[in-house]
Design a protein around this ligand. Structure first.
Ligand code: SF4
Length: 320
């Protein structure tokens, strides 16, 4: 969470982003060490509880019904299946279980099942996170009362660039849901995707928006676009890896107490790039073989990576 008395200006954040890389990494690592154990990484597992057929038109997403992809729409999966998957994730060492549904917003008829999922996963002693699209006040309160720890609602990019990526909702819609969630006392997980054709200024603006929330999101996923066939961004030019590292380091400096999650796109990253991202302040990853629809490194390769870098997974006991 950021200092309530201060807020970041776009110019100050841009200056950080453009700092000579060695200085930027040193500063980010210094901030990181002040706030976290530098050799510990939080691990989350993500399960798609409803896939495909989404009414939104996010240009990066193969789950949008408007993107002409081959992904067919599924129904909301059964509560028992979710609990079984969460139990497996816990046995595999994950401390947080994230449940994602490809919806513009949940229907009220889905709420009983969603509440049962949150209660069931929490009963296993795991943190819960959901991403369900936009929420109204009563939906937020039901999820809060069920014990939902985190709500994921990415802002994706800057306000300026938003309409280049999504036209079926506005940046303000996104912020409104996040405000509702925070007002109810649920922690927010929010970040974005890099490599969608945005300028460096858009990356910085996105991070400034997040850092200036009160509080800043407790969890900040930074994704590298994994171009999906059939989507408008299928042929997007990949982001320069050093630019990606700069964004991670800037996120760490702007949001010293937030978990910065290296998210989608990790399967395309070398060990060296991931190591640089951890040094720049990333301290959370998704484990498992799928990230909704994008590939994620297999758990075994994560174990090798952690071993090589001397990293350890955060345990439930170390969560406060
Ligand atoms: S990113 Fe989410 S909201 Fe956007 S199209 Fe995909 S599933 Fe729907």
């Amino acid at each position: 969470m950021s200092d309530p008395a201060s807020s970041w200006s776009r110019d100050a954040a841009q200056a950080i982003y453009e700092t000579p890389l060695m200085d930027l990494l040193f500063r980010a690592q210094t901030v990181h060490r002040r706030n976290f154990d530098p050799n510990t990484v939080q691990t989350s597992k993500l399960l798609s509880i409803k896939t495909g057929g989404c009414a939104e038109d996010c240009a990066y997403c193969s789950q949008s019904a408007r993107n002409g992809s081959q992904l067919s729409a599924s129904k909301l999966i059964e509560v028992e299946r979710v609990i079984t998957e969460a139990r497996k994730a816990k046995q595999g060492g994950a401390t947080r279980f994230c449940m994602g549904a490809a919806w513009r917003e949940p229907k009220d008829r889905d709420m009983d099942a969603l509440v049962a999922m949150v209660e069931g996963v929490r009963a296993l002693g795991m943190e819960t996170c959901m991403t369900l699209g936009m929420l109204d006040d009563s939906q937020v309160l039901r999820l809060r009362d069920a014990g939902l720890d985190y709500y994921n609602h990415n802002i994706d990019t800057s306000e300026r660039y938003y309409s280049e990526v999504i036209t079926t909702r506005t940046f303000a819609d996104r912020i409104n849901t996040m405000n509702r969630v925070q007002d109810a006392g649920i922690k927010v997980c929010s970040g974005g995707i890099l490599g969608m054709g945005e300028a460096a200024q858009d990356r910085v603006d996105m991070l400034v928006t997040l850092a200036n929330m009160r509080p800043a999101p407790e969890s900040v996923p930074i994704n590298m676009l994994m171009p999906q066939e059939g989507t408008p961004l299928a042929d997007a030019r990949p982001i320069d890896p050093i630019e990606f590292v700069r964004a991670i380091a800037t996120a760490r400096i702007l949001m010293p107490k937030s978990y910065v999650r290296l998210s989608a796109g990790r399967s395309e990253m070398s060990t060296e790039l991931q190591a640089m991202c951890f040094f720049a302040g990333a301290n959370s990853v998704f484990v498992g073989d799928t990230l909704l629809t994008a590939e994620n490194p297999e758990e075994d390769s994560d174990a090798i990576l952690f071993e090589k870098l001397g990293l350890q997974a955060e345990t439930s006991a170390s969560l406060s």
